[in-house]
Design a binder for this molecule. Structure first.
Ligand code: ADP
Ligand code: ASP
Ligand code: MG
Length: 405
């Protein structure tokens, strides 16, 4: 007998029919004698719909109230799942984030889990109940409802699995595992049987939304075995594991893309000590995370500085920098949201050269201009024009020998 945590994403519980299918999978896992905790997302499209409703009322909804609204999506699926299981004669109970004691900080819309007191979950498990928990939500020390950021049910699931010391955390989604590239973009992508925590961490932070990045951070920290698989088939999926020696022989294991960034350029900035601080301090103070930065040196005494920020912070960052530009006497500020970042990742890159040059050659052969470049030990990223994203992903996938035969 094992303790299993299963998480079902939005498409897996998109309507009553899907909830019924998932209920059967849950009951069969339970029938095998396992203890079972199930984390649910909202039905596909529901969170987006709730956000757009709030935005119809005001362009800047209060973050606390937005969390109260968004948390309802997961409440609906959790109750419907418990009701469905009960009609099948299983003893099931739904718990909202606060009832499951998922304590978070107060950062509404992007809260971090601080602690999970599992006593109420364990109480019901001891009574052989199937415990259904609404994902994506918790409460803060003042008992306000919080949400964990888009895709946050993955994080709820892995954190609850870690807190319960579960034997496995199964993430059920609409693809049957983690692929060498998004299978919905690159038809030749291959499913990986295994991937290391570090590789999927890197891929998640570069735009592979199959797992929310924080869920991978928690999985790695607490060594939670994570199995990403489909709720639409019985196929084994992908196991997320610790790095093992043979992995280093694979130079590139994945290609990712992210359209969710924008770039800001300050033109003709005086080239003096302290200028970078003046440009980036107000951005950091506003809680905006800068990704890539480049500085072009010019003949004379000015320089151009370009950096990227998440799309959600673009307008704010542009506003801040327009003010900064006036103060530091920069010539002008330009923004561009039609960019995307394509990246190749692989732990084997640590010991191999030539990855960057093959990447640049491949993009050049497709006539794709590289706007910015950044690297880490196991990744190379290029910012390109957004319209070339899919073309770039496919070309890189082929060039690095990842296509399935
Ligand atoms: P869920 O609603 O189940 O949480 P998501 O839409 O958040 O599902 O994540 C699954 C999606 O992630 C897939 O449909 C796929 O398009 C996308 N994806 C991006 N990169 C990858 C990858 N490397 N492997 C698998 N899926 C990926
Ligand atoms: N429903 C939330 C979202 O759409 C959380 C999740 O699905 O993981 O982002
Ligand atoms: Mg998701």
């Amino acid at each position: 007998m094992s303790l299993i945590v299963q998480k079902y994403g939005g498409t897996s519980v998109a309507d009553l029919e899907r909830i019924n299918v998932v209920a059967k999978r849950i009951s069969s896992t339970f029938e095998q004698g396992n203890d079972l905790v199930v984390i649910l997302s909202a039905m596909a499209g529901v969170t987006d719909g709730l956000i757009s409703k709030a935005l119809q009322v005001t362009t800047k909804p209060d973050k606390r109230e937005l969390d109260v609204l968004l948390a309802t999506g997961e409440q609906i699926t959790s109750a419907l799942m418990a009701i469905t299981l009960q009609t099948m004669n299983y003893s099931a109970i739904s718990l909202l984030g606060f009832q499951a004691n998922v304590l978070t900080n107060t950062d509404h819309g992007n809260a971090r889990i601080v602690e999970i007191d599992t006593s109420r979950i364990s109480f019901h498990l001891d009574k052989r109940k199937i415990v259904i928990i609404a994902g994506f939500q918790g409460w803060d020390p003042d008992k306000n409802i919080t949400t964990l950021g888009r895709g946050g049910s993955d994080t709820s699931a892995v954190a609850i699995a870690a807190a319960l010391n579960a034997d496995v955390c199964e993430i059920y989604t609409d693809v049957d595992g983690i692929y060498t590239a998004d299978p919905n973009v690159c038809k030749k992508a291959r499913k990986l049987d295994k991937i290391s925590y570090d590789e999927i961490l890197e891929m998640a932070s570069l735009g592979a939304k199959v797992l929310q990045i924080r869920s991978v951070e928690i999985a790695k920290k607490y060594n939670v075995p994570v199995h990403v698989r489909s709720s639409f088939s019985e196929e084994e999926g992908t196991m997320v594991v610790n790095e093992y020696p043979e992995m280093e022989s694979i130079i590139v294991s994945g290609v990712t893309s992210n359209k969710d960034e924008a770039r800001i350029t300050l033109k003709q900035v005086p080239d003096q000590p302290g200028i970078a601080e003046k440009i980036f301090n107000p951005i950091t103070d506003a809680g905006i995370v800068v990704d890539m930065i480049i500085q072009n040196t010019w003949v004379g005494d000015t320089t151009d500085i370009t950096f990227t920020v998440p799309m959600g912070d673009y307008e704010k960052a542009l506003e801040i920098e327009t003010e900064v530009a006036k103060n530091i006497m920069a010539e002008e500020v330009r923004g561009d949201s039609n960019i995307s970042k394509v990246s190749v990742t692989g732990v084997g890159m640590k010991n191999h050269s030539g990855v960057a040059s093959l990447m640049f050659k491949t993009l050049a052969a497709e006539n794709i201009n590289i706007i910015m470049i950044s690297t880490s030990e196991i990744r190379i990223s290029c910012v390109i024009e957004e319209k070339y994203t899919e073309l770039a992903v496919r070309a890189l996938h082929t060039a690095f020998g990842l296509d399935k035969q």
